[in-house]
Design a protein around this ligand. Structure first.
Ligand code: ADP
Ligand code: MG
Length: 259
């Protein structure tokens, strides 16, 4: 692993014409709760967008709609120019383009670490088993847990398990990676080892949407910070601008509590 440095090029925003993920006028309700309100968000290829905001503002729901773990009531979501359909074969294929890493790792407890990273490749991508194993070992090496391949998830630390979860998502060759508070369940000493892997991915040009409270990561890895409150995107800006000069009262109030 090559530490936390990110190449300067990763900081340049890609042109809007090269949008990989586009949400247009997306609305979603949970009963009477209007959890996503007229969300417009365009994510460029290679861009790293950090989403922050108070608890309950809709950040997780936003992530979950991008790979249709949640349906939407109106609006459209396109991934690489293709609109996410409500269901069917196309949905499975499009969803495989969107890697997701959760707060709670969600590894298969009864499968080895290696098998966790092999499974989706064989089942969803129809990869040859030997090739899938080779790729899994390379990915596990890349996130620094190659020596843990034959263990079961419960035998690993939280930080190691989360890095396996990242390797598992990467094994599908996703076009975009979504991270929903990937370090929130970790003991403090394990947070950096996960952030370093994410920082490395960002530096390699992966398109990423990251919900996190790690403002150091936001400052160093994000091209853009999106601030959500009450189901709306209240403000978005480059991190240096957002953190030094937030425009909205909601963002000022939020930052005063966490910084
Ligand atoms: P965040 O990730 O920003 O904390 P969430 O997207 O998890 O926010 O939740 C936004 C709001 O939607 C919260 O009020 C939450 O209670 C509600 N919510 C989330 N998931 C569901 C669900 N499956 N059913 C009903 N309400 C939900
Ligand atoms: Mg959440």
């Amino acid at each position: 692993m090559s530490g936390v440095s990110v190449t300067e090029g990763a900081k340049d925003a890609a042109p809007a014409a090269d949008s990989l993920v586009v949400l247009s006028n997306v609305n979603k309700h949970f009963g009477a709760l209007h959890v996503l309100q007229d969300i417009d968000l365009s994510i460029a290829r290679g861009e790293v967008v950090v989403v922050i905001g108070p608890s309950g503002s809709g950040k997780s729901t936003l992530c979950r709609t991008i790979n249709r773990l949640e349906t939407i009531d109106s609006g459209t979501i396109t991934i690489d120019g293709k609109e996410l359909p409500a269901e069917g074969k196309d949905l499975a294929r499009l969803r495989a383009d969107v890697g997701m890493v959760f707060q709670s790792f969600n590894l298969f407890a009864h499968k080895t670490v290696l098998e966790n990273v092999v499974l989706g490749q064989v089942k969803v991508r129809k990869a040859d088993r030997a090739a899938a194993e080779q790729k899994a070992r390379a990915l596990l090496d890349r996130v620094g847990v190659g020596s843990q391949a034959d263990k079961y998830p419960a035998q690993l630390s939280g930080g190691q398990q989360q890095r396996v979860a990242i390797a598992r998502a990467l094994a599908m060759d996703p076009k975009v990676m979504l991270f929903d508070e990937p370090t929130s369940a970790l003991d403090p000493e394990m947070i950096n080892e996960v952030l370093e892997v994410m920082q490395q991915l960002a530096g390699e040009g992966m398109t990423m949407v990251v919900v996190t409270h790690e403002m150091g990561f936001a400052r160093s890895a994000a091209n853009r910070v999106v601030f959500m409150a009450d189901g709306k995107i209240v403000e978005e800006a480059a991190p240096e601008q957002f953190f030094s000069n937030p425009r909205s009262d909601r963002a000022k109030d939020f930052l005063s509590k966490i910084l």
